[in-house]
Design a protein around this ligand. Structure first.
Ligand code: GAL
Length: 453
């Protein structure tokens, strides 16, 4: 049975009924390398091009360079992206050369820095990876850096293939501004099955279960929880899952609307549990990336990690199959969601080639090729589930029935400025472990954002 729920209680955007979304969803190193060249010499004309108000179609083979900007550099990320590049020539005949412009760093903070410099300096890439929600709308759309995509959405019939809630979240004043390629889940606990079996452990459902298992593992000399927070998103995301597991979906949603008091005892409990959890992580966490932390789980040096389901794409790329998964402690029935999208910057070089890229990103074929490797489910509702493995099929089911909440670490729950303050507070906390200071800083950040009194 599908539940009625509130979706991404928005702040600065139209309120989106989560029931609508769930029921509709049925279903830094800068590098540039050439990864795909569209089939040369094909002369088939292609209709491309839209403008804000109406179509300004051009019918000509596409040519020139198309720069796609993202932070997808790890195994599963790069593999998924390559699938989209490979599909480009069939949809977009011509001689377009795709330039894969990546800035490494999980969660994209490094990439966003480079992107900001480029956008403000009038040097936008053709298209760039951007999270749906505040990250898209509050910075790029309201700042007037993006073209609306209403004509393209109409041409492609996307109003009926994306869930309404998703469409609302990529829209501003009624017009869509980016094309969602996937849905990721942030609140997943991944574990090494052999380690659990060899040590007779139950997969933790609650935070208490987690600490019981963690103590048993520690006693055996196994790192209970792998963490790689060289990119700060990983520790923010871990905190967000503990807040969710402690406060529940409604309490967690209230943190972003002012309905939940950041100074409350429940938040104190959550932050103390988060602090306790950090007592069970690998000592070199601050020098590892999220995927290097996953290597600890793969090798059995660590038993668990809490990470988004892009980790499943990492396992696939590394051909590791001995993993199990569960909702992170205390979050069964809740889907902590985020989505990667692509849009059309104003003054994008090779605009027609970009619009055709967006067609690939939003296409059924594109999403069916990209997501099984990326470790995400389609944003579209009509993908063929049989193309997806067991974990992703279970995620597709959960997406339809779970309560959906917005990810903090990945640009969905709060504006960028608020997230920056959270990030600074969490980074300081991971070093000094002062939960009281963390709580005051988080409460202050909500005030500064104008959401809390
Ligand atoms: C997220 C992004 C995912 C994945 C992850 C780790 O922000 O949405 O696609 O790439 O970072 O880099």
């Amino acid at each position: 049975m599908r539940r009625t729920m509130k979706f991404w209680l928005p702040i600065g955007m139209a309120l989106v009924a989560l029931g609508v979304l769930a029921s509709a969803c049925g279903g830094g190193t800068s590098s540039s390398d050439k990864t795909a060249t569209a089939a040369a010499g094909k002369k088939t004309p292609v209709t491309t091009g839209t403008s804000a108000a109406g179509a300004t179609a051009t019918s000509a083979p596409l040519s020139g360079k198309l720069e796609i900007f993202s932070w997808w550099t790890t195994g599963g990320e790069a593999a998924g992206l390559k699938e989209l590049f490979n599909l480009y020539p069939a949809t977009c005949p011509g001689t377009v050369e795709i330039v894969n412009a990546t800035v490494a760093g999980g969660g994209g903070a490094n990439a966003r820095q480079v992107l900001t410099t480029r956008m403000l300096g009038n040097d936008p890439p053709g298209s760039f990876q951007v999270h749906m929600g505040h990250e898209l709308t509050d910075t790029w759309v309201t700042g007037d850096y993006m073209e609306p995509l209403d004509t393209l959405f109409t041409q492609q019939g996307w109003a009926s293939v994306f869930p309404k809630g998703v469409l609302d979240i990529v829209s501003y004043q009624g017009k869509p501004y980016s094309v969602p390629v996937n849905i990721h889940r942030a609140n997943v606990l991944w574990y090494n099955k052999s380690v659990f079996t060899a040590n007779n452990l139950q997969v933790p459902k609650t935070l208490d279960d987690f600490f019981t298992a963690a103590d048993a593992l520690k006693a055996k000399g196994i790192t209970p929880l792998a963490l790689g927070d060289v990119d700060s998103f990983a520790s923010i995301q871990l905190m967000e899952t503990v807040l969710l597991g402690t406060l529940g979906a409604d309490g967690y949603n209230g943190l972003w609307t002012g309905a939940t008091d950041w100074n409350s005892a429940k938040v104190t409990d959550a932050l103390n549990a988060y602090k306790k959890m950090l007592g069970y992580v690998n000592s070199d966490h601050s020098s590892l990336s999220w995927d290097q932390a996953n290597d600890l789980v793969i090798s059995g040096k660590a038993a668990m990690t809490i990470m988004g389901d892009w980790l499943e794409g990492d396992n696939k790329a590394k051909k590791f199959t001995g993993y199990g998964w569960a909702p992170s402690p205390g979050t069964a029935g809740v889907y902590d969601a985020l989505s990667d999208t692509f849009g059309l910057p104003k003054k994008a070089p090779n605009r027609d080639a970009v619009i055709c890229w967006l067609k690939v990103v939003g296409s059924k074929k594109g999403q069916e090729a990209f997501n099984p490797l990326k470790g995400s489910i389609c944003a579209r509702t009509d993908c063929d589930a049989s193309l997806f493995d067991e974990y992703l099929q279970s995620a597709m089911k959960d997406w339809k029935t779970d309560k959906i909440v917005p990810s903090l670490a990945h640009g969905a729950a709060v504006k960028q400025g608020w997230l920056t303050e959270v990030s600074d507070a969490v980074t300081a906390f991971v070093a000094d472990k002062n939960a009281g200071t963390l709580q005051s800083r988080l409460a202050a950040a909500c005030k500064t954002a104008g959401v809390c009194k």
